[in-house]
Design a protein around this ligand. Structure first.
Ligand SMILES: *Cc1c(COP(=O)(O)O)cnc(C)c1O
Length: 377
């Protein structure tokens, strides 16, 4: 599904030099490399504050802690996403409220968000799923109208631009009150272990978050709030600093591969290619960074296709096979199946094909002809 070796080979000298330097310096934690990466990412994203932390799940949790959300507060998020999003809501004893997504973009449905709002609702967590921004124009309007926080789970869309209806544009993750990301190796900007970060333009919130990641300490051995221990280490920061200057090029390679996939599948009955923003009225393709390239197989042959591709040794994935509202940990008697028709359909239809920065035409031709031959064969 991903080719991490190819990227490493192209950055090998730089990465190895930095890592050796860190080993010699013994500044393994909170060293200059972490600070340097933080500044570089702030500049890249055009955001005032980046707070590095240990992983993307922590980033989400710390963001929610920083906003002062309290047990019983309701937090609305998508039914169709990775479990980390709802997990941290549950862990903080907030009440997750799962809502349906849109069929064409796989992203949280603003209409479903508005329907789910109650007097207890405090925050919305849009997940920019598979690398494409959720409908932030409408989500920000809803949040403003109901006085809600917007926390962007940007683990899959770092580098994406969100192009607002008024023509302005911002980087994904810097649009709401706070955003989070993951540097897990297979993410679009991945390190060689675990890593994550929180983004915000709010100075006071950034100060709070910096304390929370460090045991609630704002002054050495003064613990003002309950915090956690969540750090990005120097070695991971050095890897990320080597990769960040290439992030735009990585995004472009992914978009190019996605375009080739979609061209090959054009006109195929039973295969629905992922929607790109341009077809929704924006004038740019850059709001999608294709963390995943995900098709819908609409003739009921998705599971057979997975088996067939496995036999042909073509990697593929089903993200995600079970809606969160049907997971034991997150089921809730208040949920009604008729409110999850899209997610219930997607879990049976979606399949993600190999997507990374090293895909070549020959691989794409082989993959697309194998898929088409099987689905419509
Ligand atoms: C990967 C991911 C996370 C969690 O990131 P980790 O670094 O693995 O903790 C959270 N949300 C989404 C949508 C993700 O894809």
């Amino acid at each position: 599904m991903v080719d991490l070796q190819g990227q490493y080979q192209s950055l090998k000298e730089q990465v190895n030099t930095s890592i050796t330097q860190i080993l010699e310096s013994s500044a393994y934690i909170n060293g200059p490399h972490v600070h340097a990466f933080q500044k570089e990412l702030e500049e890249y994203l055009g955001v005032k504050h980046v707070i590095p932390c240990a992983n993307g799940t922590d980033a989400l949790q710390i963001a929610m802690m920083g906003l002062g959300l309290k047990p019983g507060d309701e937090v609305i998020t998508a039914d169709f996403t990775f479990a980390a999003t709802v997990e941290v809501i549950g862990l903080l004893q907030l009440t997750p409220v799962l809502v349906d997504v849109e069929l064409d973009t796989f992203n949280i449905d603003p209409i479903a968000i508005e329907k789910a709002i109650t007097p207890k609702t405090k925050a919305i967590v849009p997940v920019h799923l598979f690398g494409q921004c959720a409908n932030m124009d409408v989500i920000l309007d809803i949040a403003k109208k109901h006085n809600l926080f917007v926390i962007e789970d940007n683990a899959q869309a770092i580098g994406a631009n969100y192009n607002f209806k008024d023509g302005s544009s911002k980087k994904a993750g810097t649009i709401g009150h706070v955003g989070s990301t993951s540097f897990f190796p297979s993410k679009n900007l991945g390190c060689y272990g675990d890593g994550g970060a929180i983004f915000t333009n709010d100075d006071a919130l950034a100060h709070t978050l910096r304390g929370i990641v460090n045991h609630g300490m704002y002054e050495r051995y003064h613990h003002d709030v309950v915090g956690v221990n969540s750090r990005l280490d120097s070695i991971q920061a050095a890897v990320l600093s080597a990769k960040l200057p290439n992030l735009n090029a990585y995004c472009e390679s992914r978009r190019t591969a996605a375009k080739k996939y979609s061209e090959a599948f054009e006109g195929q009955e039973n295969i629905v290619v992922p929607e790109m923003a341009k077809t929704k009225g924006n004038n740019s393709y850059d709001n999608h960074v294709f963390h995943q390239y995900t098709l819908r197989i609409t003739n009921g042959k998705r599971d057979e296709l997975v088996k067939h591709l496995n036999e042909k040794e073509i990697p593929c994935g089903v993200y995600y096979p079970i809606p969160l509202h049907k997971q034991k940990a997150y089921a809730d008697s208040r949920y009604k199946e008729e409110n999850f028709t899209i997610t219930n359909k997607l879990v049976k239809e979606v399949i993600s094909l190999p997507m990374h920065t090293e895909l070549d035409n020959e691989q794409i031709d082989y993959i697309t002809s194998t898929v088409i031959g099987f689905v419509n064969g």
